[in-house]
Design a protein around this ligand. Structure first.
Ligand SMILES: N[C@@H](CCC(=O)N[C@@H](CS)C(=O)NCC(=O)O)C(=O)O
Length: 218
């Protein structure tokens, strides 16, 4: 059965691959699993029919037969568990790759998302000028730590895994802040991820939604 995911009908980033369906699309492309996409408007995301799939009224969701999932991490983990190519066979290496998925989502992504949100949500608040550099520093610390661990390796733990897929996607959200530029190895890491044919196919498919060329538009 072909799984169906949900994605923005109209994305705030205009199709730059930042909306979180991009991660799921990339995972599908890496493992060679075809998928369908149902586009949802912001209004539809908050309506009961979508909330039945996603309690927080967000994208992406995943439907396959009776199974409904939300949270990009859970969806990618599910895809990786059921297909070869995203998690190593060796049990310990597999556990470490899963650890990197969690690290991307729980440790690296939160300060980056905060840095994204503060400028538009709090720019008119009296604390803004003090708070912004504090959040930048939090991101800087995480990037420095990650950069130090990555060193001159291609990927975080041996071969490319779902952990790298998630980390590259999370780091991409920091593009434009100037903070990634402090770590040439992280820039090269992101570029390696973006150069993967599966990434390109996923990016082009998401972008096509916004250029009106998507065959999957509904
Ligand atoms: N932790 C969730 C975050 C999902 C999320 O923030 N989705 C965004 C799009 S990238 C969304 O639906 N935003 C609209 C909203 O929250 O109203 C995941 O990883 O799937």
């Amino acid at each position: 059965m072909t799984p169906t995911i949900t994605a923005f009908e109209s994305s705030p980033d205009g199709g730059q691959g930042l909306a979180r369906d991009m991660r799921v699309r990339w995972a599908f492309e890496e493992v060679g699993q075809p998928y369908d996409v149902r586009l949802v408007s912001f209004k539809e995301m908050k309506e009961p029919a979508h909330r039945a799939l996603h309690p927080f009224g967000q994208i992406p969701t995943y439907e396959e037969g009776d199974l409904v999932l939300f949270e990009s991490g859970a969806i990618i983990f599910h895809i990786a568990q059921h297909h070869g190519g995203l998690l190593p066979d060796d049990a310990n290496a597999r556990a470490r790759a899963i650890t990197w998925m969690f690290a991307a989502l729980n440790t690296v992504e939160p300060p980056i998302v905060e840095l994204e949100q503060v400028p538009y949500a709090e720019h008119d608040k009296p604390w803004y000028d003090e708070r912004l550099p504090m959040i930048e520093d939090r991101v800087r610390v995480r990037l420095t730590e990650l950069s130090s661990r990555l060193g001159d390796a291609d990927w975080l733990d041996g071969a490319f895994s779902a952990g790298d897929l998630m980390m590259v996607m999370v780091l991409r959200r920091a593009e434009g802040t100037g903070l990634l530029e402090e770590h040439p190895n992280l820039l090269a890491y992101i570029a390696r991820g973006e150069a993967r044919p599966a990434y390109r196919r996923a990016f082009d498919a998401q972008r096509a939604v916004f250029t009106g060329k998507s065959p999957m538009r509904r």
